[in-house]
Design a protein around this ligand. Structure first.
Ligand code: PEP
Ligand code: MG
Length: 747
C-alpha cells in the first residue's frame, strides 16, 4: 500500500467520522456520505443499496444517479451486479459493467453513461446489510488500493449502530433489530416459553471504528495478539496427553494467530484509519463471508477457527472477557449458533427455552435439552444475527416457531396458548397418583425415559412407575474423556438411590451414528446410522462394555439390577452381550463384591430383523423394549435425522402397526414382558393405539406421562382395536384420520 493511498484513506475516514458525528436526519446523513465518498474518490457516482427485506435491495442514496430512482430502484438478491455483490458477498470490479455477467440495466437510474463499476458488500459478521457502489464514465478497472479503500468505508458503514436508521420515515424501511421477526425452525423439544434473549456468545460491540493514531492502534493489536498467543500456549501446556483433538484445535489457532497474512491485513486496515477492533472485525466479516461460500469441510473448519480467534482477540481488545458481563435476564432464552452438551448442562434448568441456528434433532445438545425438558427450536436461520441480548422472545417448541420482538397481538395469542397448557398440566397433576387404567381395563404401566441425574426428580412429579430407559451415553457425551468405573458406579448408585423402590432399566452405552464421543476417533462411515454403533461397538471393544457392566453391578450393591442392550439385530448378539454380563457377575462375586439381589437382562428391539429372531431369543430375554425411533427409521427406510424424510411416514401407518402387533404376539407366546420406549410412546394417540394392539408398558419423556395417562383413562381399547381392524380391512394407509375422529367424539 502506498503512503499516498494510505493518507487518502485516512482523510476519507476522517471526513466520514465528522459526518457521522453531525446531527442529521437519517436520509440527509446518507446523502452526505455518498456525496463525500464520490468527492474523495474522485468519481461521479456513489450509491448505497440496503436490504429492504431478506431478498430485496433498494437504492437508498446516490450521488450521480437520478434522484427520482432513490427508494424506487430495487433488485432481488443475485439480480444485476449489485444483487450479485450482495449474494456472493464479494466485490465486483469491472471496467465495463455492461459486459459483466449478470449485468442488468436500470433505465430509471440513468446509469447507462457509466462504464466502470465497483461494488463492495456492506456486511457485518456474516450479516448482509447492503452494497456500496462507485461508478465512473471512463472504462477502467479500479486499483486494488481503491477496492480496499471502498471496503474499509463499507466496514465503517456496517458498524453504524442502526443502518436502517439512516433512511427517512417516508422510505418505510424499518431499522434492523427493531421490527418483529418470525423465524421457522425445527422442533427438537416441545414446550412453549416466553422470555428474553440471552446470547450464548454475544457479539463484542465495537463502539468506535475510527482511530486517530495508527501507531497506538498497531501496538494495541500486537499486544492483544501476544496475549492471545500466551493464552493459547498456556492452554496447550495444560492439556493432558489424551486430549489430542483439543491439542489439534489449539495448534490450528496458534498457527492462524501467527499467520503473517492475517496480521498484516489488519495492520493495513489500521493504516487506513480503522481502530484495532474494527480491523479485527473487518477480517472476521471477510472470513465469515468466505465461510458461506466454501464447501470443503476442512477449509470451513479453519475459517471457523479464524472466526473464534477473532472473537477472542476482540474480547481482549475491548476488555469484554469470555464472560462479557451481560447479565442473564429473567426467563432467559438461550440463543446460539450451536452449543455443546457440557455448556448446556452448565446453564442447566435456569433456561426457559433454547433457539439454535444450527443443531439437529439427534445432537447432544438436543438430548440434554430434552432431558432438562427445555423447549428447543433448532435450525432457526438468522437467529444469532437478528436477536439482541434482552429482546423479548417467544419460543413455540410445539410448532418449531420463534417470535422475536413479538407485537402485542402475537404475545396475547401465545399467552392464551400457554395458559391452556398450564390448565392441562393442572389436570395431569390431579391424576398423578392414579393408574393408567383404560375404560374396561387393562392398566398400562407408564415409565419415564431418563439420562441425567437431573431427570430423577421427575419420577415423583410425573407419576412414572419407574425408569423404563436410562440412556447411559449422556454421561459419556458430556465428558471429554472416558469416565472411570468408580465415577460411573457412584453415579448409577445415585440414580438407584433417587429411584428408591421404583425400577430403573439401564441401557448400556449406545454410541455411534449421531452420538459421537468427543474423545473417540470418529469413524469415517458412509452410513453411520447403519454402521458401527451401540452393541456393535460394545462387542468389538469389550473393555468399555465390561467396565460399564462392572460399574452397574457395583452400583446395585445387593439391589435388583435391570440391564438392556441396545440395537440388537440378531439373537447371537444378545446372547454374547448377555454372556458378558453373566461373566462380570461371576468376576465381581469372585472379587468379593455384593451381587445384585436379582438381575434382569433385556434387549432393545430396534431393527426389524430381531422381530423374526428364533424363539429362543424371546425365551432368553427377560424383557424386550421396542426402540421405536430406530425401528421406525429402518422399517420405512427413512433417516430419523433427515428433515426431508423424517415425517414422511406415519407411526399409525397400518403396515407399521401390523408389524408391531406381530412383535406383541411373539412376546405373548413366550410370556416375555414387552414395552415401547421410543418417542412415539409419549404421543397420546399413538400410545392408545399401542395399548390397543397389546402393549402393556410404555416409557416416555416425563412431560408426556400426564397427557398419555389422561387419554388412556378415557379410552376403550376394544373400540380402538376394532377401529384399527376396520381401517386395515378398508385398505387405508394410516388409522390416524379415524383416530382423530374417534378423539373428536370422545370430546
Ligand atoms: C429408540 O431408538 O427408540 C430409542 C429409544 O433409542 P434412542 O432414541 O436413544 O436411539
Ligand atoms: Mg435407538
Amino acid at each position: 500500500m502506498s503512503d499516498r493511498s494510505e493518507s487518502a484513506s485516512r482523510r476519507l475516514l476522517g471526513r466520514l467520522k465528522q459526518v457521522l458525528a453531525e446531527p442529521a436526519e437519517g436520509q440527509e446523513r446518507l446523502n452526505k456520505i455518498v456525496r463525500l465518498i464520490a468527492e474523495e474518490m474522485n468519481t461521479p457516482v456513489c450509491s448505497i443499496y440496503l436490504f429492504r427485506d431478506a431478498d430485496t435491495l433498494e437504492l437508498c442514496a446516490t450521488e450521480g444517479l437520478k434522484e427520482e430512482a432513490v427508494h424506487e430502484t430495487r433488485m432481488r438478491l443475485g439480480e444485476g451486479l449489485v444483487g450479485r455483490v450482495a449474494l456472493r458477498t464479494q466485490p465486483i470490479n469491472s471496467a465495463d459493467a455492461t459486459k459483466e455477467r449478470g449485468f442488468r440495466y436500470m433505465p430509471e437510474t440513468g446509469e447507462e453513461i457509466y462504464s466502470s463499476f465497483l461494488g463492495v458488500p456492506i456486511q457485518r459478521l456474516g450479516e448482509r446489510l447492503g452494497v456500496l457502489v462507485v461508478q465512473s464514465r471512463e472504462s477502467r478497472k479500479h486499483s486494488d488500493d481503491e477496492v480496499y479503500a471502498v471496503e474499509v468505508v463499507a466496514m465503517v458503514l456496517a458498524e453504524m449502530n442502526e443502518l436502517g436508521a439512516f433512511v427517512g420515515e417516508g422510505a418505510a424501511l424499518a431499522a434492523p433489530h427493531q421490527q418483529s421477526v418470525l423465524l421457522r425452525g425445527n422442533i427438537a423439544q416441545e414446550g412453549t416459553a416466553e422470555g428474553r434473549a440471552f446470547l450464548h456468545e454475544p457479539r463484542v460491540v465495537v463502539t468506535n471504528p475510527f482511530a486517530d493514531d495508527s501507531d497506538i492502534e498497531r501496538k494495541r493489536l500486537r499486544d492483544a495478539i501476544a496475549a492471545l498467543n500466551t493464552s493459547i500456549e498456556e492452554m496447550l501446556v495444560g492439556l493432558g496427553s489424551a486430549e489430542s483433538d483439543q491439542r489439534q484445535v489449539l495448534e490450528a489457532y496458534q498457527m492462524l494467530s501467527q499467520s503473517k497474512g492475517w496480521v498484516s491485513r489488519m495492520e493495513e486496515d489500521i493504516g487506513r484509519g480503522l481502530s484495532a477492533e474494527a480491523a479485527v472485525e473487518k477480517e472476521q466479516s471477510a472470513a465469515r463471508a468466505r465461510m458461506s461460500r466454501v464447501l470443503d469441510a476442512y477449509l470451513r473448519e479453519r475459517l471457523q477457527d479464524l472466526d473464534d480467534l477473532s472473537n477472542r482477540l476482540l474480547r481482549l481488545l475491548t476488555g469484554q472477557g469470555a464472560d462479557t458481563g451481560v447479565e442473564m435476564p429473567e426467563n432467559p432464552i438461550l440463543i446460539a449458533r450451536n452449543i455443546g452438551p457440557g455448556e448446556l448442562l452448565a446453564y442447566g434448568r435456569s433456561l426457559r427455552g433454547i433457539v439454535l441456528e444450527e443443531g439437529s434433532v439427534g445432537s447432544h445438545a438436543t438430548v440434554v435439552a430434552r432431558a432438562l425438558a427445555i423447549p428447543l427450536v433448532i435450525n432457526a436461520k438468522r437467529i444469532t444475527v437478528e436477536a439482541l441480548s434482552g429482546d423479548p422472545i417467544l419460543v413455540d417448541g410445539e410448532q418449531g416457531i420463534v417470535h422475536l420482538r413479538p407485537d402485542e397481538y402475537v404475545r396475547n395469542a401465545f399467552r392464551d396458548k400457554m395458559a391452556m397448557q398450564a390448565k392441562a398440566q393442572e389436570r395431569y397433576a390431579s391424576i398423578r397418583r392414579v393408574p393408567a387404567t383404560t375404560v374396561y381395563g387393562p392398566t398400562i404401566a407408564l415409565h419415564m425415559n431418563a439420562g441425567l441425574m437431573a431427570d430423577l426428580p421427575s419420577l415423583k412429579s410425573s407419576g412414572a412407575e419407574g425408569v423404563g430407559l436410562f440412556r447411559t451415553e449422556l454421561q459419556f457425551l458430556v465428558r471429554n474423556k472416558v469416565p472411570r468405573r468408580a465415577e460411573l458406579a457412584a453415579l448409577y448408585a445415585r440414580v438407584m438411590d433417587a429411584a428408591g423402590e421404583r425400577p430403573v432399566v439401564f441401557r448400556t452405552l449406545d454410541i455411534g451414528s449421531d452420538k459421537v464421543l468427543p474423545y473417540m476417533k470418529p469413524q469415517d462411515e458412509p452410513n453411520p446410522a447403519l454402521g458401527w454403533r451401540a452393541i456393535r461397538v460394545g462387542l468389538d471393544r469389550k473393555g468399555v462394555l465390561r467396565m460399564q457392566l462392572q460399574a452397574l453391578i457395583r452400583a446395585a450393591n445387593g439391589r435388583p439390577l435391570s440391564v438392556m442392550f441396545p440395537f440388537i439385530a440378531q439373537y447371537e448378539e444378545f446372547s454374547e452381550a448377555r454372556r458378558h454380563l453373566l461373566d462380570q457377575l461371576e468376576r465381581e462375586e469372585a472379587m468379593g463384591h455384593v451381587l445384585p439381589e436379582s438381575v434382569e437382562i433385556g434387549a432393545m428391539l430396534e431393527t426389524p430383523s430381531l422381530a423374526f429372531a428364533p424363539r429362543r431369543f424371546f425365551e432368553e430375554a427377560d424383557f424386550i423394549s421396542v426402540g421405536g425411533n430406530d425401528l421406525k427409521q429402518f422399517f420405512f427406510a427413512a433417516d430419523r435425522e433427515n428433515e426431508l424424510v423424517r415425517r414422511r411416514y406415519d407411526t399409525l401407518n397400518l403396515s407399521f402397526l401390523t408389524f408391531l402387533e406381530g412383535i406383541v404376539r411373539r412376546c405373548e407366546e413366550t410370556r416375555t414382558p414387552l414395552s415401547f420406549c421410543g418417542e412415539d410412546a409419549g404421543r397420546p394417540l399413538e400410545a392408545v393405539c399401542f395399548a390397543a394392539i397389546g402393549f402393556r408398558s410404555l416409557s416416555m419423556r416425563p412431560a408426556s406421562i400426564g397427557p398419555v395417562k389422561h387419554l388412556l383413562r378415557r379410552s376403550n381399547l376394544e373400540e380402538v382395536r376394532d377401529l384399527i381392524q376396520d381401517a386395515r380391512q378398508s385398505g387405508v394407509q394410516s388409522v390416524r384420520a379415524d383416530m382423530m375422529e374417534w378423539l373428536g367424539d370422545l370430546g
